[in-house]
Design a protein around this ligand. Sequence first.
Ligand SMILES: C[S@@+](CC[C@H](N)C(=O)[O-])C[C@H]1O[C@@H](n2cnc3c(N)ncnc32)[C@H](O)[C@@H]1O
Length: 273
Amino acid sequence: MTENPVETHYTTQDLGQTIYAALKAAGKDIDRLSLDDLAPVDEFHGGQRPATVRLAELVGFTGTERVLDVGSRVGGPSRYLAWRYGCPVSGVDLTAEFVRVAEMLTRLTGLVDKVDYRQGDALDLPFEEQSFDVVWSQNAAMNIADRERLYREMRRVLKLGGRLALQEVAAAPGGPPHYPVPWAREPRISFLFTPQATRERLEQTGFRVLLWQDTSEPSLEAARRRAQAAEMPAALGQHVAHGADWPMMARNSLRNLEERRTELFNAVLQRVG
Ligand SMILES: C[S@@+](CC[C@H](N)C(=O)[O-])C[C@H]1O[C@@H](n2cnc3c(N)ncnc32)[C@H](O)[C@@H]1O
């Protein structure tokens, strides 16, 4: 059992078997699993697959990029990028259980030649400097207090001129979030910064902003749908991989956005110097 409170928050015993059983119960053909079959249970950020598609379009992948997904969880976005664009993708995540499940789902979807996973800390990325053309991260930084070190690590593993694609939850003027939220059951593992503070930190670390979009408004509708679905879950959905407090987390995510306690943004930046 892990001592790290972030890993403890995310770890669900037998997650692989739970997802496998849910897919079977939903009538999916396990020998011919498609990425669409998996999308309800392998994308863990506001907006799920459509948000991944939008961020990928902002990056404008050509398929030649070597990509690192920081905080890759069970691998939905990394498999999507490899499948849609053909790029080789590595995922890194702190939570050992997620890495095992990501590898299992990648085998089941026949993408092992394109995607690999490692357990590791974003603050000490297990890769050589200048290894990647794109570093990608969705909804992982809110568990990380030391943003300076996080962005320094992301910059270190990016090639010169390489791009950083972020989808983030940020602090907003409405006050601290209501807990539990999907990334934390209590404030001690939640670290939100304002978009402005985040942007300044990124620029100080050696990134140039190519694009910065507030996505709070479009994300509200997705958060409403997610909160409704959590009350009356279908066979497949984000509830499959969460505990009994998932409906409360989904409700709080919506409430935090409505009360402007959180904001969401997408950003694409470039490593300069
Ligand atoms: C809300 S999930 C998002 C997962 C994934 N990006 C997605 O969108 O499906 C946050 C993930 O960040 C990971 N994480 C949190 N802190 C981390 C750290 N310091 N290093 C690596 N991964 C971390 C967690 O284990 C979890 O898988």
